[in-house]
Ligand binder design. Structure first.
Ligand code: NAG
Ligand code: NAG
Length: 512
């Protein structure tokens, strides 16, 4: 019962805020279009912003603008964290004073409407809550217990209802304010301090929950939210991003990890750069590629993978260990605005540090469709190179997906298909995949006209060398990168693919 107190309060508050907002939304006319807020950033040096000043707010049309402040209050001494503009948020509607109403939060937050309204902050824990506080039941005898069961179950029902409404409304009515939820990080925790983030829209549902487009002050970011059951995955991804040398243009840019909420409602957030174009799978479904675009995507994808796999002892910030991704697939490759790509989702990744075991590992993880034959058979050795070769198998399949949508060759381009969709359908079972990949030794089919284009021909050879049945025979990522770089270079010199027919066929090992 003790735990449910603050939770219900937040939920009821949210529900109230929404109800109030939907009643008052008719009265928004005549707002000024310009809004300025007091600006402050405690971490101005690190973030490269001004320390303090005035921020002119901008937002989408038809949306309201607000100001916010976040601060800490250590027994009366106020430490301001951040102040500035806040986007449209029902929780701030029609309040011209900036007031935190939550009781004793770790990080105080308030928002308000009106020029510079966040200049003054107020703390006014809600008095109304006393009526909603759960009854404290101390059953002395059996009858009292019996009588108290009724209010408890009523309360539980109410709680459930408000919880459901909160969940439900949160999905259908973003952006809701989540940034001010208490966060109780242990002291000395390597996690970042709570950032003022507004969730805007759920863009994709992954294995572990939702990826949101979100607003972090004036920056658009992606927030992946893991339910507490998937703590392991969140923790692993967070640790991988924090490995020395993980900053690379072809690896998704990591911003921070946070724990939000408390009690049963804890959520684990992972904040990264946001890429509007989404995953390679989504992009290929809707677009075809020119030969040049294919080369750029293939090259940057393999460059990211080669970097991930590489062990680099003398980085500026330490020793970068070799890392196996273990869930390479087109859905985990994100497209940047310039059509270069970056690799995402390190929930299953493993790092290999000399003298340390790779940790608690299970062999058979990842996505069935992209599992190498040895994984499907459950016959892998737990050696570094074995894991890297499993990635290379999957990389071959991703290259094939790129090839199927390329317009460089004559004839029609096929609709987008996942690898083995023709052979094993949309939802293959483990047995289906074993049958196709291990027993029949099938691989995605090449179209005949691909071989008429020198570049495509070379790319097909490279795919075959990636997905070889024998793991030891597969190319390394570094080697694939060299091949793709050189085939791009050689084909970019040629004007027309028709001139290629009398070129000598490429040898298996060609150098730069
Ligand atoms: C800092 O403040 C100055 C003047 O107030 C303004 O022109 C400038 O854009 C601000 N810079 C940033 C990074 O906000
Ligand atoms: C800070 O905390 C004290 C109690 O410790 C409270 O009286 C005061 O109103 C708080 N002020 C703000 C701005 O949070």
């Amino acid at each position: 019962m003790e735990k449910s107190g603050p939770k219900m309060r937040t939920d009821t508050k949210l529900v109230w805020a929404i109800l109030l907002a939907s009643c008052s939304s008719g009265a928004i006319v005549g707002r000024s279009e310009m809004q300025e807020c007091v600006f402050y950033n405690m971490n101005w040096k690190r973030d490269g912003t001004n320390h303090s000043g005035v921020e002119l707010c901008s937002g989408e049309n038809e949306k309201r603008l607000h100001c916010f402040s976040t601060w800490k209050n250590r027994s009366g001494s106020i430490e301001m964290l951040k102040q500035g503009c806040w986007l449209d948020d029902v929780n701030c509607y029609d309040s011209n004073e900036c007031v935190e109403r939550k009781e004793n939060p770790d990080v105080f937050f308030c928002c308000c409407e009106g020029n510079m309204c966040n200049g003054k902050i107020h703390y006014n824990p809600e008095a109304v809550q006393s009526t909603l506080k759960p009854v404290v039941v101390k059953p002395e005898t059996f009858p009292t217990l019996l009588y108290s069961l009724l209010p408890i179950s009523a309360l539980a029902l109410l709680l459930l209802l408000s919880f459901w409404m909160y969940r439900h409304l949160r999905l259908s009515y973003p952006p809701l304010l989540l940034a001010s939820q208490e966060c109780s990080l242990g002291s000395g925790s390597p996690l970042l301090a709570q950032k003022p983030i507004q969730l805007m829209e759920c863009k994709a549902r992954g294995r572990f929950g939702c990826v949101w487009r979100a607003q972090l002050l004036s920056q658009t970011v992606a927030v992946k939210i893991f339910p507490i059951q998937n703590k392991q995955s969140w923790q692993n991804e967070y640790e991988i991003y924090n490995v020395s040398g993980m900053k690379h243009e072809n690896i998704l840019h990591f911003i921070g990890a946070e724990k939000r909420g408390n009690g049963v409602d804890v959520e684990l957030w992972l904040i990264t750069a946001y890429h509007e174009k989404g995953s390679l799978t989504d992009f290929l479904k809707a677009h075809v590629l020119s030969w040049n675009e294919l080369c750029v995507m293939a090259q940057t994808f393999v460059r990211g993978l080669a970097y991930l796999h590489e062990d680099i002892p003398n980085m500026k910030d330490g020793h970068k260990p070799a890392i196996a991704h273990r869930d390479i697939k087109s859905k985990n490759v994100l497209l940047k605005s310039d059509l270069t790509v970056c690799i995402a989702d390190f929930g299953l990744a493993l790092k290999f540090e000399a003298g340390r075991s790779a940790g608690d590992t299970h062999g058979q993880v990842g996505t069935r469709r992209y599992m190498a034959p040895e994984v499907l058979e459950g016959a892998i050795s737990f050696q570094r190179d074995a894991f890297l070769r499993i990635d290379m198998y999957a990389a071959g399949l991703v290259l094939w997906e790129l090839a199927t949508r390329c317009t460089a060759v004559d004839g029609l381009v096929d609709e987008f298909c996942l690898p083995f969709e023709e052979e094993a359908g949309l939802h293959p079972s483990m047995e289906d995949m074993q049958d196709v990949v291990v027993h029949k030794k099938l691989r995605p089919a090449f179209r005949e006209q691909w071989f008429k284009h020198t570049g495509m021909f070379l790319l097909c050879e490279t795919m075959e060398d990636c997905w070889d049945q024998e793991a030891e025979a597969r190319l390394s990522a570094g080697c694939v990168l060299e091949r793709i770089t050189s085939l791009q270079r050689s084909t970019s010199l040629l004007v027309s693919p028709h001139l290629l027919s009398n070129l000598t066929p490429p040898s298996k090992e060609f150098s730069l």
